[in-house]
Write a protein that binds this ligand. Structure first.
Ligand code: AHM
Ligand code: MG
Length: 333
């Protein structure tokens, strides 16, 4: 189908030279994520066929009911990264604490930590709606060869060396950036290979889609209410259209292709919003900026925020540059 297109494997090798001091470690790490993505994709796709649906009974640190596939995806990504001994630490939205790898081994030279939301939007699985995996990669700040510490994970998003997502949609795609633009690869399931199908992805400068859970409207800050009314007003290129899947990766992916804004503001019910800075907002913000878009908490750049805890939440406005700027204008007034 995409026989003329580059495979993800080929693309990774070709672009390895982008990193001046690269030892190939980051390439290997992205390869490991690609492998885990294929395994999880297989599981997600058969979710409708086997008795794997429903809550696993556990609740994660945020007090949410974990679905079986969350647990499974979490295991697959962590296992793959551990087995390949490719990172020195992992933090997952589904784990209370970070995981230190090979911390006893003083010869362990791995430099990178991975933060991951193994299966975001998992409440959509039972109804056959797209879900995604989000990942974020940082260079550790503590010395190589020592056990990782919390400090290695609590870095502002601007320190990310790579970030991406896998969308398990009508087709499965892996979209990622290493700080040199955003590229999207589509999985050909027949042969299990990702092909470069969306080179150099970019948000249109503005768009006509706004994505927000309007069920929370009365609880939103006045700035958000006013911006929503602005989106709905008949004037110029408005009214915009409302599209909300409730699956961040899917809403982001659509808006990046078509032009739009995604918002998860704070509300009187949730003072810091819902989305997690480290596992969801920072990686999406890095992708957005690399794709000519913008990501903000309503007032400042997401990637400037200094995290203070692993599972910190933050209000999130992300998408086409001009639309996010407009939303910020309303927030400020
Ligand atoms: P999750 O990490 O528990 O899956 O929650 C994150 C998801 C996002 O994918 C989505 O955009 C948002 O939660 C939807 O939340 P809501 O149902 O409150 O609109
Ligand atoms: Mg999530």
């Amino acid at each position: 189908m995409f026989s003329k297109n580059k495979t993800l494997g080929e693309f990774i090798i070709e672009n390895q030279t982008e990193f001046q001091y690269s030892t190939g470690e980051l390439s290997k790490l992205i390869n490991a994520l690609r492998l885990a993505a294929k395994v999880v994709n297989h599981e997600v796709n058969k979710a409708g066929l086997v008795d794997i649906l429903g809550a696993a009974g556990d609740t994660n640190i945020q007090g949410e009911n974990q679905q079986k596939l969350d647990v499974l995806a979490n295991e697959k990504f962590i296992q793959t990264l551990k087995n390949r001994e490719i990172v020195c630490g992992i933090a997952s939205e589904e784990e209370d604490d970070f995981i230190s790898i090979n911390s006893q081994d003083k010869n362990h030279q791995n430099k990178y930590v991975v933060l991951i939301d193994p299966l975001d939007g998992s409440s959509n699985i039972d109804v056959n709606v797209s879900v995604g995996t989000i990942f974020s990669i940082y260079h550790r700040v503590t010395p190589v060869g020592t056990p990782v510490t919390l400090e290695d994970f609590l870095q502002p998003g601007k320190n990310q060396v790579a970030a991406g997502y896998i969308i398990y949609g009508t087709s499965t795609m892996l979209v990622y950036t290493t700080g040199h633009g955003v590229n999207g690869f589509t999985l050909n399931p027949a042969i299990g290979t990702f092909y470069l199908s969306h080179p150099n992805m970019q948000f249109p400068e503005t768009g006509k889609i706004y994505s927000v859970n309007e069920g929370n409207y009365i609880h939103f800050p006045q700035g958000v209410k006013d911006y929503i009314k602005y989106c709905q007003k008949e004037e110029g290129d408005r009214p915009y259209t409302s599209r909300y899947i409730g699956s961040l990766v899917s809403d982001f992916h659509r808006n990046m292709i078509k032009g739009g804004i995604y918002m998860y503001p704070k509300s009187s019910k949730a003072q810091k919003g819902k989305l997690r800075l480290l596992y969801e907002c920072n990686p999406m913000a890095f992708l957005a900026e690399q794709a000519d878009g913008k990501a903000s908490d309503g007032y400042q750049r997401i990637m400037e925020i200094q995290p203070t805890e692993l599972h910190e939440r933050v209000p999130f406005f992300c998408g086409s540059k001009r639309m996010v700027e407009k939303a910020e204008e309303f927030m400020k007034s």
